[in-house]
Design a protein. Structure first.
Length: 202
């Protein structure tokens, strides 16, 4: 089958843009990860962007194979799109909001969506299904890290970082707000809205 380069580039660009935007919104919070108590198998921080970049490329190629297939693919691509949305918010919930337990629950839902995507992709293109497996395995490992970090740090107060509402010499200023880890679920919506309002509006 002839490669449709435009469709391939767009397919790869979509997950890369989603991942890059999520990373941008959490870039100044990543340093918090270094301050947390982590499990013995926790990798160094620099490894995460490397692995995610590779996984996003694999995801893009897989979605391209499904998109260009002559088999019915609407359901597969819809589920793929939904899991991308969940993927986008994972880091924001974990790093920006510091809600480690809720982030783990969110990650479990993401894992289920990825698993469903693997199945649907495999039925259309075996190679597409195989390309999604590393992503599923990495999210499984991320779930281990997430839950372990919650259990090792839940008694401590964790920093929550928001973007400041003003700039100083074109540099974003940040301030830390300390909160107790066991945040009530009732306050989640307001915290999420405030975080994104300050990230996108200003």
């Amino acid at each position: 089958m002839k490669i449709q380069w435009k469709d391939l580039i767009i397919s790869i660009a979509i997950p890369l843009v989603v991942g890059s935007l999520s990373a941008f919104l959490t870039q100044n919070n990543i340093e918090i990860f270094e301050l947390l108590n982590k499990p013995i198998l926790a990798p160094p921080g620099w490894l995460f962007p490397v692995v995610w970049t590779i996984l996003y490329i694999f995801m893009g190629i897989a979605s391209y194979l499904v998109f260009t297939s002559e088999k019915p693919n609407n359901t597969a691509l819809i589920v793929y799109g939904i899991q991308l949305v969940f993927n986008f918010f994972c880091s924001i919930i974990f790093f920006n909001l510091g809600m480690y337990l809720f982030a783990f629950v969110w990650l479990v839902v993401l894992w289920l969506l990825i698993f469903k995507t693997v199945i649907l992709f495999y039925r259309i293109s075996k190679l597409a299904g195989y390309l999604m497996i590393p992503y599923l395995l990495w999210v499984s490992f991320a779930g281990y890290l997430n839950l372990s970090i919650y259990l090792l740090n839940w008694r401590q107060k964790q920093p929550l970082i928001f973007r400041s509402v003003y700039k100083d010499e074109n540099q974003w200023l940040f301030f830390y707000i300390y909160k107790k880890q066991r945040t009530s679920m009732a306050s989640f919506s307001s915290r999420l809205i405030n975080c994104f309002a300050m990230s996108f509006v200003f």
